[in-house]
Design a protein around this ligand. Structure first.
Ligand code: 23J
Ligand code: MN
Length: 263
């Protein structure tokens, strides 16, 4: 089938509803959970603010609009390579220089929700990814790999979302060998449903924060605070996640979408 016919078929299945558009983003506002770094670092991303400019009033009789204050790494967001020191030298590693074709790609969804319900510190390792591939098929070059944990159920409660105690945050993520393995397979990026792409305890891994360290060293991308991964098949969906074209940006909130065949 020609590319033209394929796209015409996509248009018709979209219009018929036989391919659904699933919203993978959480709501972005003052109550969106934000990363808290250890206190010795002293600075965090600022709280999100939404300020009204006008709403059909003396400041603008016919129009409503707001201005925003927010960090790049707020809510459901994209991590660009320049975010991490290991990815600092890629000219195409900023939100405004990444090739746009990388914002649309097939997606593999690895369901870890049962493991995470039993253990919030659950780590997905390379052996588990290989076992998943044996069941569902290989991860292809240029594809996303997402870790489904259903952690988005906690997103309306920052304390539950961060899940921190005196030993630090407790949330699931990848092992070092997991990220090494998906990079070997040519994955375009790695995404999770937690505050960042790394596990809560990843600061103690070697290297620290392996998802950030290794993905961005390889000029690959991250997605964090994804929602609704329970609505995606293991394979067969297309992910659309485009960061704002922030000048020299290191990341951006995204409206992440998935095209999913209706079952
Ligand atoms: C800055 C420092 C450490 C981390 C992060 C940001 C993120 O998770 C992020 O949003 O990229 S772990
Ligand atoms: Mn980030």
């Amino acid at each position: 089938m020609s590319a033209r016919e394929t796209l015409a078929n996509l248009a018709s299945v979209l219009m018929s509803g036989n391919v659904e558009v699933i919203d993978l983003s959480g709501r972005l506002g003052p109550d969106t959970p934000l990363l808290k770094l250890p206190p010795e670092l002293a600075v965090d991303t600022p709280k999100i603010e939404i300020h009204k400019i006008s709403e059909y009033d003396n400041s603008g009789p016919f129009w409503a609009w707001n201005w925003l204050k927010l960090g790049e790494h707020s809510g459901t967001h994209f991590d660009a390579p320049h975010h991490w020191i290991t990815g600092k030298d890629y000219p195409d590693g900023y939100t405004d220089t990444i090739p746009v074709k990388n914002f649309v790609a097939p997606v593999n969804v690895i369901d870890c929700s049962a493991e995470v319900a039993a253990n919030p510190d659950f780590l997905l390792d390379a052996a588990a990814v290989k076992a998943w591939e044996a069941e569902h098929g290989e991860i292809g070059s240029g594809e996303w790999v997402l870790m489904r944990t259903d952690w988005d159920a906690r997103a309306n409660d920052e304390a539950a979302y961060l899940n921190a105690d005196e030993t630090g945050p407790h949330s699931p993520g990848p092992t070092v060998d997991c990220i090494e393995y998906i990079l070997e397979k040519g994955a375009i990026g790695w995404g999770t449903q937690c505050i960042g792409t790394d596990a809560g305890q990843a600061g103690g891994m070697e290297p620290p924060f392996p998802a950030h360290n290794l993905l961005h060293a390889a000029n690959r991308y991250g997605l964090a605070s994804l929602a609704n991964l329970s609505k995606l098949p293991a394979k067969g969906a297309i992910l659309i996640a485009a960061p704002l074209k922030i000048a020299d940006g290191t990341g951006s909130p995204v409206r992440a979408l998935a095209l999913v065949p209706k079952s």
